[in-house]
Design a protein around this ligand. Structure first.
Ligand SMILES: [Zn+2]
Length: 463
């Protein structure tokens, strides 16, 4: 009898659960917005920087790839060849120029981080001016929103070239975002969804790990980048536009009237044959080179950008940091962006990234070269350090050499200033970068030798 009651009870319970299950309609949960899913995310600094990649983007769009673009700034510090507008007003115009230039390729998912356009070669100065934290937060948000397979950006490094600090900053932020957008502990409020009333700032994104990152350098020399990534001809004809990729890139560049009105006017007056000849003899016709930063899906260094990429998401990959060299107890070393980049490459597992040795910079003749230094004393006593500088003839030390005392267990910042001679047109004198050497000694023993290659130019961005 008792067994029977238990059995009946069990049957009633089962029926109840079945009824409850049948009565509850399944709810469809919202998924990430597929209109913003992208294959390639291009991260650059200024409106018109996209030109560094547009021939490749045109090819990728032909292959059905989805492309989105992020600009670090609106380029408000640039010149204006078209109208009177400057500063913020110019930035408002340049944003539209960039959107129109990308619309030619069918690219409409375009964002601006709102960093302050900073004329200079020092990436740290650009990052400080952009608001590094806020810019990174927004870029990580955009990576999680657009879920790119591949990130394309400027190479984070400093070189003789245009070497714009903002270009470097865009590459640096893109690298940081590549390495942390997949980490649910970075900006966790972005990957949390609201569960109750008034949790309106949770974004309900998901962590996203891009698969590859490629760079293009802002350097004059290209020998150190050869063979470090894929190369694409720009002379092939686009399936969609029936034009060569270089020509699509040129027509896109025509939208940047504030930046190059005089040049654009001169090109639009040319015949087709003249434009063709101009492209062959100038940068427009040159193949596009990329430098592989990282691939989390294997593939050859020079293989196609999409080699090894499938539509499956991959798990977060924490970057493998490499520890720095053991420091002697007493040492003098180069500081500033040069030293920062050595640390950056180690922190992001990018020690294979090409960089010039010795470090280098191009500066305007008649200005000042600043050599920032760290003087480290880990001994238990104050130490005397003596700095001497070897310079090319005609270059003079203004300040920062001589004798210094660094306290026990202290690190002091030093700064040597060198007056540069005026630039002269004579190519034999200025064309080659010259070597500057700082010798550091303590009690007659060497405690550091710092070399820099410095090229004098008629015009260059400030250091
Ligand atoms: Zn730029």
């Amino acid at each position: 009898m008792r067994r029977c009651v238990i059995q009946i009870g069990f049957i009633v319970l089962c029926l109840l659960f079945r009824q409850m299950a049948a009565g509850q309609e399944p709810k469809t949960l919202p998924l990430p917005d597929d209109r913003y899913k992208t294959d390639i995310l291009l991260v650059v600094a200024h409106p018109d920087d996209e030109g560094a990649a547009t021939p490749y983007l045109a090819r990728a769009m032909d292959e059905g790839k989805r492309v989105a673009v992020v600009y670090g700034t609106r380029g408000s510090n640039g010149g204006n060849e078209y109208g009177a507008e400057q500063a913020g007003a110019l930035g408002a115009i340049r944003e539209i120029e960039a959107r129109k230039a990308l619309a030619i390729f069918g690219i409409s998912n375009v964002w601006f981080l709102g960093g302050k356009d900073t004329a200079g070669q020092n990436v740290l100065q650009s990052l400080a001016n952009w608001g590094h934290g806020e810019s990174l937060e927004q870029l990580v948000r955009l990576v999680r929103l657009t879920r790119p397979e591949v990130v394309l950006t400027f190479l984070p490094g400093t070189f003789i070239g245009e070497d714009h600090g903002d270009h470097q900053a865009s590459g640096l932020l893109a690298t940081e975002a590549f390495d942390c957008a997949g980490d649910s502990t970075v900006f966790p409020e972005q990957v949390t969804g609201p569960t109750k009333r008034l949790e309106v700032y949770f974004e309900n994104l998901r962590p996203w790990q891009p698969k590859k990152i490629y760079y293009f350098p802002d350097a004059d020399r290209d020998d150190i980048f050869r063979g470090k990534g894929p190369e694409y001809s720009v002379k092939e004809i686009s399936k969609s536009s029936k034009k060569a990729y270089w020509r699509m890139a040129l027509e896109s560049f025509f939208l940047h009237q504030t930046q190059a009105k005089h040049y654009i006017d001169s090109v639009t007056k040319m015949t087709d044959a003249q434009i063709e000849a101009m492209a062959t003899s100038s940068g427009w016709g040159e193949a596009q080179h990329f430098v592989l930063g990282k691939s989390l899906v294997g593939g050859k260094v020079t293989g196609d950008i999409f080699e090894g990429i499938t539509s499956n998401a991959i798990p977060f990959a924490r970057p493998e940091a490499v520890s720095g060299p053991q420091q002697p107890e007493l040492a003098v070393e180069l500081a500033g962006p040069w030293n920062f980049y050595a640390d950056f490459r180690r922190a992001h597992g990018l020690t294979h990234l090409p960089h010039p040795e010795p470090p280098e910079i191009a500066l305007q003749g008649g200005t000042t070269l600043l050599i920032p230094l760290w003087m480290r004393n880990q001994t238990a006593k104050p130490q005397e350090i003596f700095l001497a500088v070897d310079l090319p003839s005609g270059w003079t030390v203004q300040s920062g050499d001589g004798k210094f005392i660094v306290g026990a267990k202290q690190t002091a910042a030093g700064r040597i200033e060198v007056s540069l001679p005026a630039f002269t047109e004579s190519p034999s004198k200025n064309a080659e970068a010259q070597e500057v050497t700082v010798h550091a000694q303590s009690a007659g023993q060497p405690v550091g030798t710092i070399k820099l290659r410095v090229e004098l130019r008629k015009k260059a961005l400030p250091e």
